[in-house]
Design a protein around this ligand. Structure first.
Ligand SMILES: Cc1c2[nH]c(c1CCC(=O)O)Cc1[nH]c(c(CCC(=O)O)c1C)Cc1[nH]c(c(CCC(=O)O)c1C)Cc1[nH]c(c(C)c1CCC(=O)O)C2
Length: 356
């Protein structure tokens, strides 16, 4: 994909997130919510009755419509393109299905013997439909808020590809890390190459921020993270950033390595602009480790089950811990389907009402 001319896009009106990342003071604290376009919204549930999950992902007009749903409904400070991390394994030739009340299921999971069958040649090009969805959505947003592009990170994708879906222990994929190290590095390298091209494709299409989801970091420890995540996460940020500079753009990158407190300090050295923080570590501890690094997070999603007043208390407590500078507010993981739109509204209002 050739780069879209940035002047073709409407001027950005709400730049709170970008301001925070530049170290400037915004008028209000910025907030967006992981999985903000999802089943907790009745409108999304209605829409899902008409289309399969991947049909929405693969049809730019549908992906755009769903991406805009939470933006039209709430006072959010960013949109995130509607897609899934598992479109990358699909582009590598795996068959992924989104099963009702089960989640993603991969038909023939990767085993050592079929590793060579992965179709890595031109894989990122097969994700061009995401680029199209991004370009369309950025235009339709009309500058209201910036648009975030994303990818799963190598270890997290490797996990799904070997387990064939989610897993309680990740023992099958961790077996590779302990007894098939060479093949593990081969698979992580294949994934890293695709992810880099895919993120660049998204930037060329108009993504204004990028988030890398290392959601399964919680199954590793410092040694495994150092060996099987750090080198690949470093390659991703460095090669994508090099390309971004060549394109004369400034696109911040967010890393969300869920459950990886054991390596938070080391991750700082990777060079991501923002560190996403899950909800199991206190804001105060995060600041002790990361200092004034820009962070994103980290309200426990389940705090949204409390009353509006209590949500406000939890938000204020969190912000007291982080401080009001260098902070993009989010949940510490995605929102759950049984949460209410009213709770999301209370969360957003509580954040926007904080005096800066
Ligand atoms: C691990 C992971 C996946 N997908 C994703 C991750 C990383 C974030 C995380 O740790 O949660 C990322 C993701 N998935 C989805 C988005 C869209 C953008 C957004 O609104 O945040 C994003 C950013 C849509 C989705 N991805 C999925 C849904 C629900 C499926 C449906 O509509 O039927 C949505 C809206 C399904 C999905 N997709 C995945 C799982 C495990 C599931 C099943 C669990 C669930 O249903 O929530 C894989």
């Amino acid at each position: 994909m050739t780069a879209i001319n940035q002047e073709d896009f409407p001027i950005l009106k709400n730049d709170r997130i970008l301001k925070v990342i530049k170290g400037e003071k915004p008028d209000k604290l910025p907030i967006w919510v992981m999985r903000q376009a999802g089943r907790y919204m009745p409108k999304f549930r209605e829409f899902r009755k008409l289309h399969t999950f991947f049909e929405i992902c693969q049809t730019p007009e549908l992906a755009c419509e769903v991406t805009l749903m939470p933006i039209e409904r709430f006072d959010l400070d960013a949109a995130i393109i509607f897609s899934d991390i598992l479109v990358v394994p699909q582009a590598l030739g795996l068959e992924v299905e989104m099963k009702e009340s089960v989640g993603p299921v991969i038909k023939d999971p990767v085993i050592i013997e079929n590793l060579k069958n992965l179709n890595s040649e031109g894989a990122a090009n097969r994700l061009n439909y995401v680029g199209k969805a991004i370009t369309l959505t950025r235009k339709k947003l009309n500058g209201k808020v910036p648009l975030i592009g994303f990818s799963g990170a190598p270890w997290t994708l490797m996990g799904y590809m070997i387990e064939g879906g989610g897993s309680k222990t990740y023992s099958r994929s961790k077996r590779w890390l302990y007894s098939h190290e060479t093949e593990a590095h081969q698979l992580l390298t294949i994934l890293t190459n695709v992810i880099i091209d895919y993120l660049i494709l998204q930037v060329k299409a108009g993504a204004q921020l990028l988030q890398v989801f290392e959601s399964s970091a919680e199954f590793l420890n410092e040694y495994l993270f150092d060996t099987f995540c750090m080198p690949y996460l470093r390659r991703i940020v460095s090669e994508v950033k090099t390309k971004i500079v060549e394109l004369n753009l400034n696109i911040p990158m967010i890393l969300f390595a869920k459950g990886s407190h054991y390596s938070l300090e080391k991750q700082k050295s990777l060079g991501y602009d923002v560190m996403g923080i899950d909800w199991t570590i206190s804001p105060k501890t995060v600041r002790q480790i990361l200092g004034d690094q820009v962070v994103q997070g980290n309200l426990d999603p389940c705090a949204l089950y409390s009353s509006p007043d209590r949500i406000k208390d939890h938000v204020e407590e969190m912000i007291k811990g982080f401080g009001t500078r260098n902070l993009v507010v989010n949940l510490g993981h995605g929102i759950y389907p049984d949460m209410s739109e009213e709770a999301v509204e209370s969360f957003i209002n509580a954040v926007h009402n904080v005096k800066l």
